[in-house]
Design a protein around this ligand. Sequence first.
Ligand SMILES: C[S@@+](CC[C@H](N)C(=O)[O-])C[C@H]1O[C@@H](n2cnc3c(N)ncnc32)[C@H](O)[C@@H]1O
Length: 238
Amino acid sequence: MTEDASKALIERELPDRLTLFERAVISITKLVLAILCRALDLLMLAVRPRLVGPYLSVWLAERRRSPYRWPRSFETVLLLKQTGHTARELTYGEIPLLTAVLLFRRAGLGPGGRLVDLGAGRGRALLAARWLGAQARGVELRREHVEAVRPAMARAGAHLEVADATEADLTGATHVFANWCAFGEESRRRIAERLLACPSGTRLISVLHPAPGGQLRALCRRPGLFTWGFEWVWIHER
Ligand SMILES: C[S@@+](CC[C@H](N)C(=O)[O-])C[C@H]1O[C@@H](n2cnc3c(N)ncnc32)[C@H](O)[C@@H]1O
């Protein structure tokens, strides 16, 4: 494929929809939130010094190549064609350590627990699970995210792999985290279906959208701070 044809394909499949003003507002809001979230994270890390190194490596990887950049590449078009997902589903955002630790603890995660993060991005939620002494495994569709932080995750004792969350193996999970704000209805439905095959007592912590289908019991709903603002988080039980 020629360079022009490739550009035209990217333009058609991944259009740049934001105006300059919208981008400026988003950038300022992101900066304020980023400073607040980083400050809270660093306070949390003061009591878990062994996680400081991995955390800083993940942060450095973000400085090198931001995960927030809209993925306008030929590889992304291919990935979306192969998996049947939409570009919107790749929208990036993170859960700060403090938010994750508070929510995961509320959901009963601790030593002996095993968290699976579906759509794990750069693994910030996995560090929170490790902060609580639990095992942590994440699956992420975009290889760039996984490769950027794989060594840091290994040093933290967490495992991050490239896989589709809608087909993820949930064997052994006591807790499943789904920061699925941008996931389509079909993806959320398929994930909820997989949760139904888990042993009773397995908990799902989901952001913005409760589990569809009504078969997972909603235990509570809590507000949480994220890198883009406040969001409702649901805790369900299988
Ligand atoms: C909002 S980010 C959440 C990152 C991380 N869980 C956190 O909370 O810090 C959602 C992530 O899910 C990934 N994603 C979207 N659809 C996916 C799928 N079907 N399978 C695996 N990852 C997916 C996106 O690429 C993105 O990195």
